[in-house]
Design a protein around this ligand. Structure first.
Ligand SMILES: [Zn+2]
Length: 383
């Protein structure tokens, strides 16, 4: 899959760079209970400070100053609201991008996007940055997107966790668990709290769930898609996870993955999956998929690299490390895929599907789908 390479930045550099894979070594250490150890070689060329990170950082402060900068540009189609405060009183921002805000006549389609529920997954913020920058741009396709969709975006679902440098869990250390497990950090995984979020312990999830259900129940709005952005530490490339539902039109569920694969060399149809995994119950995608009438996905992007076949036509596969610009480019490609999705929805574009829906299901999901189908048939026969 390509080696998991940390990133480095010195004062002399403007951007983060990956440490070359030839300078990285992974080995199991018997002195550390046979755990994997990462070591790497780096030459310090001056006494200037140098920063190293697991992946390219994206902080709460960075988001706040960028949103203020966007606000200062005074776009008529851009609005920044305070959706909620976190437990530690940080802002949970709600961004609305809508080129014609007065046209709530039932014709406006809504797209909901969220990111960074897992605070360590910084690539999701870079992709979201690329999405928002494209949506507010002068590009013809961005202007069309603003006309046909109303975007509701929550760029950071877990500001406390991001600020405190947590990886997956909420900032609030639960002291008794801390003592029991002697763990330095133990809190909530906010992406398992969607089924019954508490307004005091999980205020961002509580507020976003309410917002989504309110719009879904509004007859003047038509929610089309909800996507929650994440980062993956084990698989390369980017890919979507979707839900398995007997009621959804399955081929329509495949449009977005295929449209994104057409536009982005790093998108992987191979890793795209529709599942019903028990361990994913309580996530935004699964919970909102059960509650909303729209398509719900998780977009995953690798922390490290993507595999792709080069354009020479001889089938040679390359493994390219992800850099910031590539995450942002994925954000642009994702936005353009949404426009193509709109055109497909209106019958203006055909989507060529590479494989049938069932090939995107893991074996256990295929079984569960068969079970559901049997139940439906039995119910119909009993009537
Ligand atoms: Zn995640």
């Amino acid at each position: 899959m390509g080696i998991a390479a940390p990133v480095v930045k010195s004062n002399a550099q403007n951007s983060w760079a990956r440490i070359p894979s030839r300078h990285i070594y992974y080995y199991r250490s018997s002195q550390h209970n046979d755990r994997w150890i990462l070591s790497f070689a780096f030459i310090f060329e001056s006494s200037d400070p140098v920063q190293f990170a697991y992946c390219i950082p994206y902080t709460y402060g960075q988001l706040q100053s960028w949103l203020s900068e966007l606000d200062a540009r005074k776009y008529p189609f851009f609005h920044r609201d305070l959706l909620a405060h976190t437990v530690q009183k940080r802002r949970v921002d709600l961004i609305t991008i809508d080129g014609s805000p007065d046209t709530f006549q039932g014709s406006k389609k809504m797209v909901f996007l969220t990111a960074r529920v897992h605070p360590g997954e910084t690539p999701s913020s870079h992709v979201m940055h690329g999405i928002i920058e494209f949506l507010v741009s002068k590009d013809d396709r961005a202007q069309k997107l603003r006309k046909v969709y109303c975007f509701k975006i929550i760029p950071m679902l877990n500001p406390d966790g991001v600020y405190l440098g947590n990886y997956r869990f909420l900032s609030q250390t639960v002291s008794f668990l801390f003592l029991i497990f002697r763990c330095s950090l133990m809190g909530y995984d906010l992406n398992r709290m969607w089924r019954s979020p508490s307004d005091w312990a999980h205020p961002s999830i509580f507020a976003v769930k309410n917002l989504l259900t309110q719009y879904d129940n509004n007859p003047q709005a038509q929610t089309v898609i909800y996507v929650d952005l994440h980062a993956h530490s084990q698989k390369p490339n980017c890919f979507l996870y979707g839900n398995v539902s007997m009621t959804a039109t399955t081929s329509r569920q495949l449009w977005l993955p295929h449209l994104l694969a057409e536009l982005s060399e790093d998108y992987s149809l191979e890793f795209t999956q529709f599942n019903t995994d028990v361990e994913k119950a309580g996530t935004g995608r699964r919970t909102m998929g059960d509650l909303l009438s729209c398509l719900c996905y998780t977009l995953e992007v690798s922390f490290f690299s993507y595999r792709h076949v080069d354009s020479s036509g001889n089938g040679i596969q390359h493994c390219t490390p992800y850099l910031q610009y590539k995450y942002e480019a994925l954000g642009e490609a994702f936005s353009r895929a949404l426009l193509n999705f709109y055109e497909a929805d209106c019958g203006l574009r055909d989507v060529s599907l590479e494989r049938p829906f069932k090939t995107f299901l893991p074996a256990r999901a295929q079984k569960s789908l068969k079970k559901q189908a049997r139940k439906v048939i039995q119910t119909v026969m009993m009537k």
